[in-house]
Design a protein around this ligand. Structure first.
Ligand code: NI
Length: 173
């Protein structure tokens, strides 16, 4: 397994529409393994392949809290097959928008269909943080970031902060 560099905004690659994975083979499993290591190391709770520059519909997640056993979740070609009418608001962050957080409203509960690590077709119902995280990561597959759900004013504020932070980091180096 190897750690991959994570792309941060603004970067045109984060706007790319990711492609369907035709078959879950060893190359896809290697990508999943590398993404898991990258996510755990960051540390983060979710990562989409495009965030490491691979435009494929692959997502990894682990929502286990400190002290809990790991709960890795691998989603290939996920599709939302049902969504609740009620929305829920959560404060979201993203490894591609380091140290930036904002409240986003999304359906409170969803059901998805996906392929797992072994290419098996499965379904999963999720609510709470799990539903938020799945929808956030699935947005990445369409080139959408959580800031795209905000007003232009809030979005620009966050992107300006990121640029400033990046200039400071460069100055430090
Ligand atoms: Ni993200």
């Amino acid at each position: 397994m190897s750690r991959l560099p994570i792309i941060t905004a603004p970067d045109p690659r984060l706007k790319v529409h990711s492609a369907i994975v035709p078959v879950v083979d060893d190359a896809v499993r290697r990508l999943i393994d590398d993404m898991m290591e990258t996510m755990y190391n960051a540390p983060g709770i979710g990562l989409a392949a495009i965030q490491v520059g691979v435009p494929k519909r692959v997502i990894v997640m682990d929502l286990a809290r400190d002290g809990e056993p790991p709960a890795p979740l691998h989603l290939v070609n996920p599709e939302i097959v049902w969504a609740a009418d009620e929305d829920a608001v959560y404060e979201e962050g993203c490894l591609s928008l380091p140290d930036q957080y904002a409240e986003v409203s999304r359906p409170a509960e969803i059901e998805i269909a996906y392929l797992d690590y072994h290419g098996q077709a499965l379904r999963l119902k999720a609510e709470g943080l799990k539903a938020v995280c799945i929808q956030h990561e699935m947005d990445h597959l369409e080139g959408i970031l959580f800031v795209d759900h905000l007003s232009a004013l809030k979005r620009n504020m966050i992107l300006r902060r990121l640029l400033k932070q990046r200039r400071l980091n460069v100055a430090d180096a």
